[in-house]
Design a protein around this ligand. Sequence first.
Ligand code: DWN
Length: 407
Amino acid sequence: MICRGCFSDALESVIDLGHQPLSNAYLTEQQLNEPEVTYPLHPYICTQCWLMQIDQYETPDNIFEDYAYFSSESQHWLNHCQQYVEQITQRFNIKNVLEVASNDGYMLQYFQQKGIDVQGIDPAANVAQVAIDKGIPTSIDFFGSDTNLGKYDLIIGNNVFAHVPDLYSFCDGLSISLANKGVVTLEFPYLAYLIKDRQFDTIYHEHFSYFSLRAVTTALMKHGLEVFDVEHLSTHGGSLRVYIGHEGAHTHSNRVAQLLAAEKAGGFYDLKLYRTFKEEVQRYKRVFLKRLSDFKDREYAKIYGGAAFNPKSVSIVAYGAPAKGNTLLNYCGVSTEYFDYCVDTTAYKQGKYLPGSHIPVYHPDRLMQTRPDLIYIQPWNWAKEITEKLSYAQEWDAKFLIRTRYV
Ligand code: DWN
């Protein structure tokens, strides 16, 4: 394995999360009785450019051909995008926009409403069709050096940079498709938050890379591109938005140099930090399993007072069927011995089973029918939006578990 950012072979193991199925490979009833493919889930850190990364075991075609993630499922995310459109159109003179990984048109719809020419590109035909049906021109393809959709004042890439096994082709494509004074904005979960907040569940096979700012600048410079501004975002557990242009095309904000200095001061260019991360993740697993066992046993004993076994045990369910949830459940080795079922608003996921754990997925309406004792919120990054939606569960005094904290 060589670093996909700088092509060095200076890679060190961070943590082995075991062999796991693809995190978005939801199973049908029939597939429960068929072999299930698993792949090593083992991130490495490059000690030259400090890009954390996993090896490629599946082709992007197989991962994204029938994609399970529809960006419009979160109203908070849509609000975030609307704010971005207002901000970016006020800061830069934008006549046309290309979005890479445009998904279901969640973002481009707001540019179109402003009368700005838009073009999407996304390899997931099932999701792209939703955008096309909304009247958003979308090329169903991967983006890279051979993309020939013209030159753009603005190129957007939200939560796609991590999904690209061939960073060289992707960055080359940005350079080719960007107008001389154009701007690229990329949003991606930031390595600093992943490490500091033990967000190991955001590690899964469709996330090939986990970026420090230094790793981003290294990958771009080969293509005459540079980061001229950077912002911290609260989305997806903490992300960066980087502003990229052709070398010399834009005035640099001092935020870039400040964040690079902060990365160095924070130990992100030192292996010790990643050793500590591994120990903290292993401890997280022990605490999470204890939370589940304690709840089931303590509540069981409280309800049944140590009585002889009673067929009704405490009901624990999962809310949300995110990709990250599957990494965590499969790393911790938990399944239906703890979780009766999972619910999710995504129609595509309902009636299917979580990969690896085989927990059944239903529409959230099921919660009212079974009134579970504990609801484990899997997409902790949307916990506020979700707990607001679940306020009705107070009727039966349901408890929430968010990461390892009861609420
Ligand atoms: O990079 C990626 C991130 C941005 O999104 C993609 N690789 C895939 C995806 O990762 P994820 O599945 O972990 O993302 P989310 O946004 O944490 O997934 C949320 C899940 O929860 C979705 O399946 C939708 C569901 N949901 C729900 O059922 N009710 C979400 C909300 C907000 C809700 O109210």
